[in-house]
Structures are given as C-alpha cells and as structure tokens.
Ligand binder design. Structure first.
Ligand code: HEM
Length: 503
C-alpha cells in the first residue's frame, strides 16, 4: 500500500519485485481467506495461458469480482461455462462489421461531435491556457456506449457545452492557481451519468477489501443504492419498450430485421427468436436478468477504459508534436473530399477508410498504456523479457510461431511507426501490421475483451474528429507529467491540453 501511495500503482510493485528477483512468475496472497494469486510477467507464457490453457486456469475470479456486486449475472463475472456462452450469444452480433459500420460508428460519432462542441466552448474560455480534460473523455465515452447500447442519448457533453456557452468569461488567475492552467468552474452532469460513474468507482471497494465488502456497501451506502436504483429503472424501462416494439412486429417465429439500431435491439431480438424456437414465452425471468446485466456490463466495461486510453493518446499527441503532424497530414490527405473549413468527415468514412498512421498510433498508445490492472506492464511487453529456457516453457507455448515474441530491444520507446510496414504496392505507401510487436492490452483468447472492435472504432472516430477540429499545442513544462493513478484502470493523473481551434 505504501508503494501504491508513492507510485500510484500496485501492479508496478509486482513488476518491480519480479525484476529484483529476476523471475517471471510470482505467487502471493492478495486478500485474507482467498486462494493465492499468480502474476505472470512473460507475454508469451501469459498468451499461452489465456489462449491454450483456459480449461486449466480459466479467467481469474479477481476480475469478475470487481463488478459482481452491481451486475451479478453478467458474463464478466462467470467462469467460461454455459451461462457465459448464453450471455455472450445475446450480444455477439454487436461486434459484427455490419452493425458497427451501420449503427455503432454513427452513435460514437454523435457522442464525440458533442465533445468537440464542448471543447470549442472551453477553448474560448481558456484563451490559450491549458485545460484538464480527463473528465470530458469519460463523459463522451459514456455518451457513446449508452448510445450504442440503447440507441438514445444521455447528452452528458451536450449539457456541459450548453452550460459553458452561457459562461461569459473566466476570473483572472489567483495567486495560488497555476497561471497557465485555466480554472474552469464545475458543471452539472445528468443523474444517469453520475450514477454510472458512482457504480464504476465503487469497484475500488472490491479491489481493496474484497467483493463481499462491496456487496455490503451496495446494500447499506445510500449513494450506491441510489445510483443502482437510477440505472436499473432506466434499463428496465428500455427493456420493456424494446420488447414491446419487437413483439408487435413479430410474425410467428419470424422477427422483423428492420429497426435494429442498438445492442438492446440485438439482445431482445435474439431472445424472441430463441424463445420461439424453444416454445416458451420470451423474456422469462432468467433471460430478462441476463440481458439486463449484460447491458449494464456494456456501460461499465465500455466507458472509462476507452476514455482513459483516448486520454493517454491526447497526452501523447501533445508531447510528440511530430507524430501529431503526421496524423493530421494523413487525415487531410485521406479526407480531402470533405471541406477543411466546414464539414468534418462522416462516421462511415472514418470507420472504413484505410488510416495506417492513425491505426499505428492507437496501437502504440494501447501498448504503452495497458489500462487493465491484470495486464503485465513490464518485461516482454514494455521492456526486454526475462531470459526463460525452453525447458521452463509449457509444451503449447513452445509451439508458438508468432514472431511478435522475437527479441525486441526498443520496447520502452513510444514509437508508432513500429507498427508500420512497407506496402508491396509502392515504396511511399505503408501498411499497418497489428502483429508486428507484442501487445496484450485487450487480453487474449476466449476471455479477451469482448468490445475491442467497438473500442478501436471509437478511438478512430474520437481522434479523427479532434485532429480535424483542434491543434493540440505544447503545454508548459511544469504542466507535463505522465503520472499514473491506479483506480479501476491505470489512468493518467492529469490530461492537460492547450486547444487551438482549426477554423
Ligand atoms: C480501449 C478500450 C478497452 C480496453 C483496453 C479493454 C480491455 C479489456 C480487458 C483487458 C479485458 C479482460 C480480458 C481478460 O481477462 O483477458 C476486457 C474484458 C471485457 N471488455 Fe473490454 N476493453 C476496452 C473497451 C471495451 C468496450 C468498448 C466494451 C464494450 C463495448 C468492452 C467490453 C468488455 C467485456 C464485456 C469484457 C468481459 C469479457 C469476458 O469476461 O468474457 N471493453 N476488456
């Protein structure tokens, strides 16, 4: 705990201990009355455990335990069994390209367009000073995942933008404030946003004192009870509205294909089809519970972690002005049919255009900033691996032929171009190669991140819209830091930007 206080991260402590002992595996007791936990600090062996040895190890219960108190029947809390398969099947179509390109992209686009409007207002008020935007990316990512889940908006960024549009100007800096940092007033959030963030932050209780204490807190703390009540009421209402909409269109076992615009549509439509096949009433208690929890899981797993990755990306764009210039040049070249002074590229274009420089940048941000607390952020992913002889490797790991585990000596450096290879069609063109280097930020195997495709799409859309609308100017030296705060994710302590509107 003392170490966590000093560095902001517990996982860095595990890595430091392993490096000191020159050993890639450590076993320890994390909490009283719990089985010991193994920490594997070798990407290749961890990959083998997650992909080929899932029956032997399965997903660690520690991960699901973070969420079990406020969405107990969601797939993240299950071992890899039939319940997990059933819940997964309800939402599996949300990651198909036809849904992501037709609906997911538009919903994410709508959310990040509102973020741009909010920042236009904030940039006006900041008047060349930096602003801290960590909370803003979380608002936009929550707006995006809510829209993708329910096909409607909770307008978190829009509400904030409307608030700032009525703010005439800022007080001059006081003696105690940092003059280069604009001190913007705090602003109102919609109650549902507050509730979802309150629940998410409550996972910290499970992290520090275990999931039983988290259960208890959920039933006795008024703030947590209220947050859960608000969330559950809205989800329940949307579930019955969606069911009514589809049930009225159902003709025997044939469910209408049209009008599927969100994850809830997909889940309800699937449940109606399965129930008809099984000759039972749709949305019985078990199915309702499953869908309800799975939708809540989307909101929890699909918000803060994507937002925090985008935040790290923005910090990198500010610190690496040369990289920012390359990405902006690519955006201008690839979307030249859109008017630089007016219309930004549309959602579908951003989702489908070949953008190797942007994809390489996103991959490098993900590699350098693995946000999950179970991710190895040390040797073999971010620095040279421990020397491990073949006789100490598992038989399945020995069969791995992936060249990404070859020796790489420059893993500590932030270098997006490591993911680019020459295109065979001509020396000027480059291609993005996602298998060039080791990366496990989304985990691997059957229990890897379910929402990874939507996350990539969101990051593409968010960064394109930001690069299109703003220059991220360098910030004063005293405002620069890459400090980590380990909450549910390993997020950046500050996300300070100096935004210059491109008009
Ligand atoms: C940059 C953004 C994201 C990162 C870095 C990330 C990372 C992760 C990681 C590390 C895991 C655990 C993998 C394991 O244990 O092996 C996970 C699980 C999961 N993620 Fe993500 N995630 C992101 C965005 C999303 C989004 C947008 C969604 C929803 C649309 C999502 C839904 C899920 C779900 C449902 C699981 C649980 C999978 C299971 O238990 O089978 N994630 N994610």
């Amino acid at each position: 705990m003392a170490y966590e206080k000093r560095t902001g991260t517990m996982s860095a402590y595990f890595v430091e201990q392993l490096v000191k002992r020159n050993e890639p595996v450590m076993q320890f007791f994390l909490l009283p009355f719990m089985a010991p936990v193994s920490y594997i600090c070798d990407g290749r062996e961890a990959s083998d455990v997650m992909t080929h040895r899932i029956k032997e190890f399965d997903r660690s219960r520690l991960f699901g335990d973070l969420f079990v108190a406020y969405m107990p029947h969601s797939s993240i809390t299950f071992p890899t069994d039939n319940d997990w398969k059933y819940n997964r099947s309800l939402i599996s179509e949300t990651m198909l390209p036809r849904f992501l390109e037709a609906s997911g992209a538009k919903q994410a686009y709508g959310a990040f367009k509102e973020l741009v409007s909010l920042w236009q207002e904030k940039a006006r008020l900041a008047d060349d000073r930096a602003i801290d935007v960590a909370g803003d990316t979380r608002m936009a990512a929550m707006d995006a995942i809510w829209a993708m889940t329910f096909g409607s908006s909770i307008d978190t960024c829009k509400t904030a933008a409307a608030y700032f549009s009525k703010t005439p100007g800022l007080e001059p800096p006081t003696e105690s404030s940092t003059p280069q940092l604009a001190n913007l007033p705090s602003y109102p959030h919609p109650p549902i946003f507050e509730s979802l963030m309150t629940l998410l932050h409550s996972s910290r209780i499970a992290m520090s004192v275990g999931h039983r204490a988290h259960w208890l807190a959920m039933s006795v703390l008024p703030s947590l009870r209220k947050a859960k009540k608000i969330r559950d009421k809205l989800v329940r209402e949307r579930l019955s509205q969606t069911y009514a909409r589809f049930a009225s269109k159902t003709n025997g076992s044939k469910v209408a294909e049209k009008g599927v615009a969100s994850a809830i549509d997909i889940a309800v439509q699937r449940e109606i089809t399965v129930a008809a096949k099984e000759g039972r009433l749709a949305l019985n208690a078990k199915a309702t519970e499953g869908i309800h929890n799975e939708l809540c899981l989307f909101l929890a797993a699909g918000s803060a972690i994507t937002a925090d990755t985008i935040s790290w990306g923005l910090k990198r764009l500010t610190a690496h002005q040369d990289v920012q210039a390359v990405l902006r040049a690519e955006t201008i070249e690839k979307f030249q049919s859109f008017d630089m002074n007016g219309v930004p590229p549309i959602a579908e274009a951003i989702a489908t255009t070949d953008l190797p420089q942007l994809d390489a940048f996103i991959e490098e941000v993900l590699r350098c900033h693995p946000l999950g607390n179970s991710n190895n952020a040390g040797p073999s992913l971010l620095s040279i691996p421990f020397p491990i002889s073949d006789q100490n490797r598992s038989p399945t790991s020995l069969k791995s032929t992936s060249s990404k585990w070859d020796h790489h000596s420059d893993l500590e450096t932030f270098r997006p171009d490591r993911w680019l290879i020459q295109d065979s069609s001509g020396s000027k063109h480059v291609k993005f190669d996602p298998s060039a280097y080791p990366m496990q930020t989304f985990g691997e195997g059957p229990r890897s991140c379910f929402g990874k495709k939507f996350a990539y799409l969101e990051m593409r859309i968010a960064l394109t819209l930001i690069l299109w609308n703003f220059e991220l100017l360098p910030i004063p030296e005293e405002l620069v830091d890459f400090d980590i705060v380990e909450e549910l994710t390993r997020n950046a302590r500050h996300v300070r930007l100096r935004l210059k509107r491109i008009s």
